[in-house]
Design a protein around this ligand. Sequence first.
Ligand code: GDP
Ligand code: MG
Length: 396
Amino acid sequence: MDHRGTKRGAEKTEVAEPRNKLPRPAPSLPTDPALYSGPFPFYRRPSELGCFSLDAQRQYHGDARALRYYSPPPTNGPGPNFDLRDGYPDRYQPRDEEVQERLDHLLCWLLEHRGRLEGGPGWLAEAIVTWRGHLTKLLTTPYERQEGWQLAASRFQGTLYLSEVETPNARAQRLARPPLLRELMYMGYKFEQYMCADKPGSSPDPSGEVNTNVAFCSVLRSRLGSHPLLFSGEVDCTDPQTPSTQPPTCYVELKTSKEMHSPGQWRSFYRHKLLKWWAQSFLPGVPTVVAGFRNPEGFVSSLKTFPTMKMFDYVRNDRDGWNPSVCMNFCAAFLSFAQSTVVQDDPRLVHLFSWEPGGPVTVSVHRDAPYAFLPIWYVEAMTQDFPSPPKTPSPK
Ligand code: GDP
Ligand code: MG
């Protein structure tokens, strides 16, 4: 395995000319969109390797029990009139956001399936393992002006694992989240309940509780440029009306957004929200995003389907729009930067990549708590079937 230095040189890394006797400056990666506007890089059509579910108690199950079925209101009828505030807060069981799950559920799936991964023996040792949501943040970084991020990286048995760390800013904002924002978050989940059924062919039941511990996650394989990827993302539902299509093509992402009235409001929606929607669904190959537009009273009265592959059309001719090539080229450059920075294979060693809007991605190095994120149960199980050479008996 040659992850070290020469082959995977970081693209566009600011590295000063070698100077005698001077310490090498800490490497960093710039994020300006203008630096990444080349042709669209290779991105392998994502294929689903498997899935898992988290139940109402946030317990892992290696099956699709939490998958729901797309069940929109009849198109010939009166149209939707969903009260997204119904059930708040009395029928709301929000997930405990203090629990830092890191990559644990994905590692649980990987441990179970490591022996029969497609791609052949050695595929995993060359791959990057992470959540889809982390890759979404990388894709949108060149255009992000509000929120920074931190990604912890560890190499173990060749594989590079990436796990997000909540920034101090993000934590402070979460703990001080205004009541109206809390209710808005609920409304997004409530929309899913109005649009999804528990079984194919049945109807949604909005009388129940909204429990955000429950999740269905798809595990996908792809490749960006030279980087094999194994990542997982939460999927809202599958469309049973497209029975011949296989995952991830049958999946539908559900979103809510403010009702818009002026061309300026639509333009801003295309520039900012559609970028995030595109990045999130393009990565796993989810072809369809269905938006519910809510009025100021919190009712959804109109739906609009956005095919993922048509989203760029809305900003193609906009000077202040986004470009998918920039997003993907930056992500590829970051992955090369991370691969060439994290040289040592050690599950207790963490390279922390930090980014704040307006600046470059920087790196710091840490060992063990609080940044190490590969759990001991994972490291031990993986080490047992990856034995180090037998120890020579000590001379007596
Ligand atoms: P997304 O694309 O941001 O929704 O994230 P993913 O689909 O990659 O989700 C990966 C895992 O993280 C799933 O188990 C989600 O339920 C969970 N998750 C998603 N968003 C959040 C969040 O804001 N906070 C925490 N702690 N977990 C989240
Ligand atoms: Mg959604």
